[in-house]
Design a protein around this ligand. Sequence first.
Ligand SMILES: [Cu+2]
Length: 313
Amino acid sequence: MFSNLSNLSQGVNTAFIVILSVCFFFLIGLTVVLLVFIYKYNEKRHPVAEQIEGNNKLEVLWTVIPVLIVIAMFYFGWAGWKPLYSEAPKNAMPIKTVGRMWNWHFEYENGKQTDTLYIPQGKPVLLNLVSMDVIHSFYIPAFRVKMDVIPGKKISIWFIGNSPGVYDIFCAEYCGLQHSGMYTAVRVMPQDKFSKWYIDTTALAPAAGAVAATPAMAGEKIYHTIGCMACHSVDGSSLTGPTFKGAFGHEVTVTTGGKVRTLTVDEAYIKRSILEPNADLVKGFNANLMQPYKGQLNEKDISNVIEYIKSLR
Ligand SMILES: [Cu+2]
């Protein structure tokens, strides 16, 4: 339970043990005092109440000692928290970490993209945390790593995985209906194994531009991997955004720059909605809930998504 699986473990573990020990000390101490008093000052043994005068010595003691204990707890908490926000070493390996409703996605410097985080053992990694929609929280309990991921804010965290193995990654910020499904894993590999894995780009995990039999099927994969499904249903139900079912070719009422107009959902409209979600806002839905997908999807990805929407008649 208290092994040092990352460089951050020790500080957090120590703070936890110190605070837990203080809690136990007082739990047991107060319980004992309580029982002694119940016995000693029972009415049978102590029938007449006594007036007790103040005691300066005692009052100073029970002020100073708790203050020292609280300062000690603060110190250990602070010492455990500080490395979480310290500057990353120069040689830290940067990995773009994208959180969205409802999955995690990792992009390495050489273009490799995965759904599981792969890191070399004993080497610092720098995760640049990006949210595509709402606030998430990147959490590796075994490593004592936890950091909020806030849309539009530059946040990063660095750490070192000490022992090879697979450890859970969760989202620790309730971010919507399928929040509990927003988990993956970090795989810590010995350096030689990691290097082999890293340069092997034939084994790329299918990301946005997934290989699929038809463009519509490729579009469906994208629909799941980049999180469209969080807000756009394919069964006609209305979620945060309009459903994709039967959308293509139908007329919709939209607000364009404050003016209401009607248009037909065609290729150009869908493309614009992906790249500039607030440009033509469908009536009945809120603005600014969808992030622009510029730079996330290429032309081919977009046309695949369009084919997928077309197939949902
Ligand atoms: Cu989340």
